[in-house]
Design a protein. Structure first.
Lengths: 158, 294
């Protein structure tokens, strides 16, 4: 089947088998390999992308279901060669250890901060509860999100 | 993991969907949120020849309170329920429930209709709907029929839905004044199924005695369980420690858990006792402070 979808503002087309998972379309067909496959069983959230602005697990959706939809992947965070405040935050606060969960953490946090610009620590922890970090680096991940929230807030106030 | 090949159908209307489902019969599975079906297909525990995606059918996603009923479209996402002002302020039991289903990412796709129609005894909405006395609306090629929740679940992953039928609406009676509910779930970690969970819904009289009670149990039997003897023991009684203890004891008797990685039979039974008592107390506090009865 022919699918057409927008990823990070760019239109892509592909011929896919119905059983092709969205994450495989993104990584193997369109070669956007920033999105990771972790558990492949709907647990870990490494494959998180935004579908119409909402974070979902791209290993648990068929590519055909995304036909005509608007997606955003981790590659869409950087703008004009400048890292997003969330990416800066993860660097600054050592929010990534092995880095495997990071794309998912970033996409979930990006959608979350859009809805909750001044979150509490508990709200952040609940928001990322569908994203697992096997290094168990949650303390620094939460600090990274807080760092980004503050930076975005400053940016907005400026 | 790659699912077995299948033919994909995306009907754009309910009539097309029911006609297609009737034609394909047992060879077809309905794709709603896909958060149970797709993992099952990836593990090849399910390999349907046809997948009927109902996400392109308009008018199946809504939350409306009218004529004494909260009507919820079957395709409504868990995250939409969680964010709904009506659900948050007037249906605390339902709000508690949708917040603890799987994880926030799964809830952005998972639907209330799928959670019920999949009929996994570990799913959370079934117990809540038993406690709330919900009614389900199914649509088939021959038209619509209404199904009381009490006779909907016939076995693990089995319901009274016929081939060709799909769930289109969930109807919850608007609770009278002085009503409240709570859902308490013990899970090993976010995203795990319940070790056990209890849904409790209460309506109190002006003097504080129980007017009506609904209690549903999650993942302690082959189907979700309505603890009818516990409910009966509450009716007309003041909600004191002795009454709560008696109801919790009777709820334990209704549970038929099996031992697994999540715990022994004795542990799960005792968990039902503790969670029932706590859910009743929480429901009572909420009932006492609710305005209700719009």
């Amino acid at each position: 089947m022919r699918v057409q979808l927008s990823i990070n503002g760019e239109t892509h087309e592909a011929e896919v088998e119905p059983r092709l998972l969205l994450v495989h379309l993104i990584r193997d067909v369109l070669r956007l390999t920033g999105t990771h496959i972790g558990c492949d069983t709907t647990h870990c959230g490494a494959c998180t992308v935004l579908l119409e602005g909402r974070p979902i697990k791209s290993c648990t959706m068929f590519a055909v279901q995304a036909n005509g939809k608007r997606l955003m992947t981790v590659e869409g965070l950087e703008q004009d060669g400048k890292l997003h405040p969330l990416q800066e935050g993860f660097m600054e606060k050592h929010g990534l250890q092995c880095g495997y969960c990071t794309p998912g953490m970033l996409m979930t946090s990006y959608a979350f901060l859009g809805q909750h610009p001044t979150p509490t620590e508990t709200e952040i922890r609940v928001a990322i509860s569908g994203n697992l970090c096997r290094c168990t680096g949650y303390v620094n991940i939460v600090r990274a999100v807080q760092h980004a929230a503050a930076a975005l807030h400053e940016g907005a106030a400026r | 993991m790659i699912p077995a090949a299948f033919e994909y159908h995306a009907p754009a209307s309910l009539d097309d969907a029911t006609a297609l489902l009737a034609k394909l019969g047992d060879d077809a599975k309905i794709l709603s949120g896909g958060q149970s079906l797709i993992p099952l297909m990836k593990l090849r525990l399910s390999s349907p020849a046809h997948v009927v995606d109902i996400n392109n059918i308009p008018g199946l996603s809504y939350i409306r309170e009218a004529d004494g009923v909260l009507a919820i479209g079957a395709l409504t996402r868990e995250s939409e329920l969680e964010e709904s002002e009506i659900v948050r302020t007037r249906y605390p039991l339902l709000h508690d429930t949708c917040k603890v289903i799987a994880d926030p990412l799964v809830r952005n796709l998972a639907t209330i209709g799928g959670n019920l129609a999949h009929a996994d005894p570990a799913n959370d909405h079934p117990a809540t709907m038993l406690a709330l006395g919900a009614e389900l609306v199914a649509r088939g090629p021959g038209g619509q029929r209404r199904l009381p929740i009490t006779s909907f679940f016939t076995g693990p992953f089995e319901t009274v839905l016929r081939p060709g039928e799909l769930l289109v609406e969930i109807r919850i009676p608007v609770p009278p004044p002085r009503s409240g509910g709570a859902y308490l779930k013990l899970e090993r970690k976010v995203g795990d199924f319940a070790t056990a969970a209890v849904a409790a819904q209460l309506t109190l009289r002006a003097d504080g005695a129980v007017e009506a009670a609904g209690i549903g149990l999650t993942n302690v039997g082959l189907t979700p369980i309505k603890a009818v003897r516990a409910e009966a023991a509450l009716r007309g009684k003041p909600l004191d420690d002795a009454t709560i203890a008696e109801a919790a004891h009777l709820a334990t008797g209704a549970a038929e858990p099996i031992a697994d990685l999540r715990g022994s039979v004795a542990y799960k039974r005792d968990l039902v006792r503790v969670l029932t008592a706590r859910a009743l107390r929480k429901a009572a506090v909420r009932a006492a402070t609710s305005e209700g009865g719009r």
